[in-house]
Unconditional design. Structure first.
Length: 292
């Protein structure tokens, strides 16, 4: 993975992009690859600009042949659904701005038909592909942001990862069927493999991402009013099952029923999060937490 520091953040270029650039260096398509790289770079700068406007610090950005992935400091993207949705939309928004700019420049004769046609094609492709509702694409982040308040961070992330597996299967099957029929669709197969591998990696780290989300929620003391989400569980319910339903931008209160004295007990968000951060605490039943 090639990387460079600028400015205050690390920029990485995915090996697949490096290979494609190298393969095109001695072909007539090298100019198109440079235009693709510039378009992807501007797409990512849209995400960076939106993130900086919200006060986030960007840790690193990975440039892919069909988009990119920006990671924020402390992995905080996703903790605030409204911010995540706007930051995700900023990339495709840049592509649509570029699209109209290309059409305008082509109309006044400043761009050749071949260049304008290629730029229109890649901007439309980048915008619509990245808006597919699957993580790690922009559309997957928008989907997670839309679902997180009702399903919780972990479940919403799981849905967006599941969509990535479904879409990767559709792309792979369609690409292979096209190949069998005599039409070469290497791009579709490549995108399918990329989505599948990315979804697999995200699913493997979902547990750790959830822990980081909960730890951030524990350390932050939100001063603005928040909606209260009430959950009900039994005394023998493992804490991890309750925490899986914790949502961003909400304060949680859990009602415990079915204890030995049959009284209804209440655990607050702070009590649950503090218990979760203790060794082995995340596996404890709620009744044990209350007893402690």
């Amino acid at each position: 993975m090639r990387s460079v520091m600028w400015p205050g953040m690390k920029w990485k270029v995915h090996p697949l992009f490096v290979v494609l650039m190298a393969m095109s260096a001695w072909t007539p398509y090298f100019g198109q690859m440079l235009l693709l790289f510039a378009t992807v770079l501007l797409h990512e700068l849209g995400h960076v600009g939106a993130a900086l406007l919200f006060g986030y610090r960007v840790k690193d950005i990975t440039i892919l042949p069909f988009g990119g992935v920006a990671r924020l400091e402390h992995g905080s993207l996703g903790w605030q659904p409204r911010h995540e949705a706007i930051i995700a939309l900023a990339g495709p928004f840049i592509n649509f701005v570029l699209l109209f700019l290309v059409i305008f420049l082509s109309g006044i004769g400043s761009l050749s038909d071949s260049v304008s046609s290629f730029l229109i094609q890649i901007n439309l492709s980048l915008a619509f592909f990245n808006l597919l509702p699957a993580l790690p694409l922009d559309g997957g982040r928008i989907l997670r942001a839309a679902l997180a308040r009702t399903l919780g961070f972990r479940k919403a992330t799981g849905v967006a990862i599941g969509m990535a597996f479904i879409l990767s299967a559709v792309l792979l099957i369609t690409g292979l069927l096209a190949l069998w029929a005599g039409f070469v669709q290497a791009g579709m197969v490549t995108l399918g493999v990329f989505l599948f591998v990315s979804a697999w990696q995200l699913r493997r780290q979902l547990y750790y991402d959830t822990i980081r989300f909960l730890d951030t929620k524990r350390r932050q003391r939100n001063k603005r009013p928040l909606p209260v989400r009430s959950l009900a569980a039994t005394a023998d319910t493992p804490l991890i099952r309750v925490l899986a339903q914790f949502a961003p931008d909400a304060y949680h209160v859990v009602y415990i029923r079915g204890g030995q004295d049959h009284h209804l007990r209440i655990l607050t968000e702070e009590e649950l999060l503090e218990a979760a951060m203790k060794p082995g605490g995340i596996r404890l039943p709620l009744g044990r937490i209350f007893a402690e």
